[in-house]
Ligand binder design. Sequence first.
Ligand SMILES: [Mg+2]
Length: 287
Amino acid sequence: MGSNGRRRGSLTCSTLAPATSVAVCARCPPVPSVAPVTGSRPVAWDAQGAVLFDLDGVLTPTAEVHMAAWARMFGDLFAGLDTTRPDLRGADTSAYTDADYFAHVDGKPRYQGVADLLAARGIRLPQGSPEDPPEALTVCGLGNRKNVAFTAILEREGVRPYPGSVALLDHLRGLGVPVAVVSSSANAPAVLAAAGLAERFDTVVDGRVAADLGLAGKPQPDTFLHAATACGCAPERAVVVEDAVSGVRAGAAGGFGLVVGVDRGAGADALRAAGADLVVADLGELA
Ligand SMILES: [Mg+2]
């Protein structure tokens, strides 16, 4: 392995097709950018043993559903909070906005996001426990209340997968390449069902599976390694597809054959710095 934990040598650019305008392989000298070549693909998908997809932001635009669920939960909370209570006197219950989300909630574990936003509003509530019901006026209860809102929005409105991602899944299915979902979220099965993708994946390693098996979460590679094993594939023959820096780091740390970064906002440079061999704006570029 190299100093950063990646297996090197046997897996060089054989995983990348020769003609490409978007491929950046960290193991090879820079390749001059060339115009797209009609009929060619940057990745030789038929040579891959399995493709392991993150879910939120890779297959589905679920961030929007999460944002709507946070807005529902905090909006209702601030509208109904009794600020005459001594412990809530002086609390800022002005309308919840997307700026609150980006400043205090985005990217954090659910309960931490609740705690940080409440702190910013001068609202002190007990931490409670993950077993708290969604009605409980505790940090964990409010986090669970947000999850109820998330599930309700999913069931009511569904979520449309990224068309480019579906195109790649179709292509892989045609080639017979095994695919898996590796997500930190415990909601992964519900999201897959709402997106109409559930039947496409025999292997789903989500937050619940990781907890049951004691697997460390991203940026540790354990959940991806477990998925590769479940697909009957050695890591060096598997591809990791991620949109988050922490997920790309997990792919880089696991010695996978190829790590594809999907830039939905993290930034191509950040994804490459985290270990992505190849960064695209949409998976349709690889289908
Ligand atoms: Mg993601």
